[in-house]
Design a protein around this ligand. Sequence first.
Ligand code: TRP
Length: 468
Amino acid sequence: MNNPSSPSPDGAMGKAAAARGLWSSRLAFILAATGSAVGLGNIWKFPYITGENGGGAFVLVYLLCIAAVGLPIMMAEVLIGRRGGLSPVNSMRAITRHEGLKPAWSWVAAIGVLAGFLILSFYSVIGGWAISYVGTAATGQLAGQSAESIGAIFSGLLGDPVKLLMWHTLFMALVMIVVARGVRSGLERAVSILMPALFVLLLIVVGYAMTTGHFGEAASFLFQPDFSKLTTSGVLVALGHAFFTLSLGMGIMMAYGSYLPKNISIAKTSVAVSLMDTVVALLAGLAIFPIVFANGLEPGAGPGLIFQTLPLAFGQMPMGSLFGTLFFVLLIFAAWTSGISLLEPLVEWLEEQKGMNRTLSTLGAGIACWLLGIASILSLNLWSDVAPLGMFAMFEGKTIFDLLDFLTANILLPLGGLLVAVFVGWFLSRPSLEEELSMSPAVFTAWYRVLRYFTPIAVAIVFIYNLV
Ligand code: TRP
């Protein structure tokens, strides 16, 4: 696979990658990376944070963050993974050894492992909400309901810790089963069928949303920037979400990139993944906001937004119970493929570092994550007044669930991404990068400059602004 005389990866790195098997094609990598990227972040989180942050201006900043921060970092992560050919932590190690850098850089990937673990703990709880709504839709409970009774169904779910625990347990079990068997088998095929299906269903809901008579209002809410509504914390949320939605900053793209064949363009595949992810998020927005405005709901309703709007649409459209059931099933699959990618780096790390076998490391990591998830569940009901870091102005009124979301998406992921940008932009040798990316010189230079200067400075400024 590697030309022995090439200055690129040494033998050990090359052989390890070959032994782990490569993606069957470029498409397979795109599918797996898209499966990780497209998830609750696109359909659940993007609409609600857009609603909370006033719409258009926030969306514009978010799109800028995807293009000018997310995409260059995704390329950097995939590059590290493909060059290292190992799990994220060990790829970083192998590269530092190869380039004569400090091994401490591998801590970047370790931060990522921690972030993935923390995210999955509450991600699984939201995945559980989606599971619960399959039953609600399938049994026809949504048909013809008013906005109030749909709202009551949602608050009923949040107020029931036992139900939440049941669905959270089921979601974690689904994730653990796939991770324990090894991520590659089945993942490619599942994603290649389910992602297009989710896309079609979203289009159906958008089609319905067009009939509500409030589509234009929703479109201008999403795409007409009103900068008076944009706050500095909104900019931080947009930046953090760019990392969250593209699955960046925790090494998963390194992990998947380690399976990418050498002859495939990192830039093109990264652009494809980012584009698909963005299209799904925007479609979710176009599906949800017409329903919000048509029913006089509050755009800033928070994390329950999609669970209070989409069910209304399914309750009103023809064959709504069927479409509703299908939609939530597909949402579960989208969340599932993302959940898998949140657990995978930790499991790989336990295997390589602690010498545990795959089953045992999956069990250990999964159960720990499940336990932490219980704290998020309780913060939705019994502990809804508990704000552990409430004494700091920044965390005022944030429950455990809010705090985990904030710390991971808005702090750990951007920090991980910043370090990746600095590592690749300032520490790896330029010839290695040129060789790995093999792009036209002009495009390479543009990417390199953005990664060296723009990305780190932008992330740093947003951080500093929000701390002071
Ligand atoms: N991107 C996923 C979503 O939008 C969530 C996710 C999966 C993620 N893997 C990740 C976020 C790794 C950050 C890092 O739902």
